[in-house]
Design a protein around this ligand. Sequence first.
Ligand code: F3S
Length: 414
Amino acid sequence: MNLTDKEKRMLAGECGEAVRQAMEILVAMGGCYGAANMLPVKSVHLLYNVGMIGRGGVGYLQGLAARGAHYAVYADTNPSSIPLRDWREYGISEDIARLQKKMAQTLIDMGAVLTDTCTPYFTGIVPRMGEHLAWNESSAVIYANSVLGARTNREGGPTALASALTALTPAYGYHLSGNRLGNLIIRVTARLDEPHDYGTLGFFTGRIARDRVPVFIGLPPGPSLDALKYLSAALASTGSVTLFHAVGITPEAVTEEMAFGGGGQAGRLDTFKFGEREKVESEFLLSKGSIRDIDFVTIGCPLASPIELQQIAGLLNGKRIKPDVQLWVTTSEATRVIALRMGWIKQIEASGAKVASGMCAGSIYINFLKDQGYRTLVTNSAKMANQAAMGMGLKPAYGSIARCVTAAISGRWV
Ligand code: F3S
């Protein structure tokens, strides 16, 4: 790789051991992927989940902090393994809570901003088109690349950390214009009335696309930000998609020619249809068959927006959820503060549901809900339903927010 004089000094250890180690990681990554040089990044989104990094990972970070390591660029955090308050009410162990709090303090010491959200774009962190980033969290990565036109690869915990310590990332993958052109066509003819329908579309497409760049043709104009959030999250969970285009909607696909790069390229690409039949089949797969009695409902994957909290508060107003059913609404702390001011938290909690900020049902640890004795997971998120079936050992049921809330009230999935 061609390194600048400053980058060479960083690699030689002149800026400290933590920066030297970080440069070693980034240079090795760049070497693997044939990067010609490093790029400066504007922000980093960090993995912040002790359920994933464990005691060893926290110990490593503490060692870095003790040696004076400090982030060189704005770095914020994904959801953690505990809610910001009342974590005991969720059945979370002292051990996990203590470890997560240690990690919080360590990241603060190194200069992180604890936003604890996978939807940083709802809390004021909105990268501009063309900006280079190093973000962890696949759903946020796809959203930043596709909806905002920023540029980031799907960073793992260690590479995001290395970028935070250096403010650099190797120039490969989705940082390069040539890798951002669409190479798969999805013609959408199904009705997409509700935001979660976009999650169904993402689930269907991710399984076909794998690591390709799908281009959606035929999406209704003006999808909501929540709809695009669900599309991004589901694409990331069933495939390794990192970027999509939607013709007439996303910034790098104002026209079909922009999306594919012209030259008659589109005519040679695989094309799939997402019609009513594909939508129904995908919904069936996401629900993994028939569930009747349910015990756990979660809304907020990716973390719920203010509009969703308002909707949920309206649906629950004056109602009670079934005593043996849990309903967790997960959101960011920034959004919770808005919802608190608006009275929505009071309405939701009066029903017996919980509003957790800074975590989600998937960020504790993989078997947590099963260990707590739950058997089902009802959700409006295709990503969460897919995770429940794939790794959490729970039977998922999948549908709109209104259907999930109705299930929490009745204890039945209908
Ligand atoms: Fe976010 Fe947790 Fe879903 S991190 S995308 S709410 S699994």
